[in-house]
Design a protein around this ligand. Structure first.
Ligand SMILES: [Zn+2]
Length: 291
């Protein structure tokens, strides 16, 4: 049996969303610096500009009925302490055949490469390489090699059944991206995973929106079926699993996906500039024309 192997990665730039997270951190640093400046004389402040991005939370018209966890008796002996063996176990025992069969086959046959490095601000990502940025034995300088990145640091910290299930939801989400890419003509979707989002065209922004909506829809279907009412690892374990709780109401669910993609649910904005208006329109934002 061929197991999963380590993919040595070299430095990589222009990752989808990484740039955006960095931008968010830069903004936070700028704000902190601003607070440290000597106080200026108090002047009458101009009237606050209306934030056209503000979008009050929509109430879902129907909520899902949550199921119960799948059979996890294979967890009784604990998870392997070696990262790639651990991931292999999570994939092979995954309740969804898209992961346990299709993803497993793609990883075992080396059609898809695995990267378990920790990328700050990222839980997982499917992407294509650009020439020269990834070292894969025998495939140096190859462009468009598909890579699945899953945050190995988070994976190694899993300590409860709900945490394991939530991580399996993440694996499923990224698998959906990989399978969507594989089903499409390369020219259709390849750009999304190899190109700086700041350079996306409008149609590329729409494609990205459609892909994320699809991946979140399927991830939430799984979360609901497994009875995951909270998100212990990636969210606040005391609060409802908001996105998935809204997944049966397309209008409210699109709002949640929009908030997630743009960072609005974290009190910041980091949308790629070309995508601002089309994402707002696709989500049904009432002020989309203002973007
Ligand atoms: Zn995604």
């Amino acid at each position: 049996m061929v197991g999963y192997s380590f993919l040595p990665l070299v430095q990589r730039c222009n990752l989808k969303k990484t740039l955006l997270v960095v931008l968010g951190l830069c903004l936070a640093a700028f704000c902190a610096f601003g607070l440290m400046q000597p106080s200026a004389p108090v002047l009458a402040s101009p009237p606050a500009a209306i934030d056209y991005r503000h979008w009050p939370e929509l109430n879902p018209r129907v909520r899902p009925t949550y199921g119960s966890p799948p059979d996890l008796s294979w967890l009784d002996d604990g998870l392997p302490s070696e990262p790639f063996a651990r991931l292999e176990m999570l994939v092979k025992h995954h309740p969804n055949p898209a992961v346990s069969q299709e993803l497993n086959a793609a990883l075992t046959s080396r059609e898809l490469f695995l990267d378990l490095s920790h990328r700050p601000g990222l839980l997982g990502q499917f992407f294509l390489t650009t020439a020269g940025e990834v070292r894969i034995a025998g495939r140096e300088n190859e462009a468009d090699a598909p890579i699945l990145n899953l945050n190995g640091e988070v994976m190694m910290s899993l300590s409860s059944t709900p945490e394991v299930l939530e991580y399996m939801g993440l694996i499923y989400h990224e698998t959906v991206h990989y399978l969507d890419w594989r089903k499409s003509p390369e020219a259709d979707r390849g750009f999304l995973y190899a190109k700086d989002p700041n350079d996306w065209s409008l149609s590329e922004c729409i494609q990205d929106w459609d892909d994320e909506l699809h991946a979140f829809q399927l991830e939430c279907e799984a979360m609901v079926a497994w009875g995951m009412k909270v998100r212990p690892v990636f969210g606040n374990s005391n609060e409802p699993n908001t996105m998935c709780d809204y997944s049966l109401d397309p209008r409210a669910f699109k709002q949640q996906v929009w908030k997630k993609l743009t960072g609005a649910n974290q009190g910041s904005q980091f949308t790629p500039p070309p995508c601002e208006r089309v994402w707002a329109e696709a989500a049904g934002h009432p002020n989309a024309k203002e973007f």
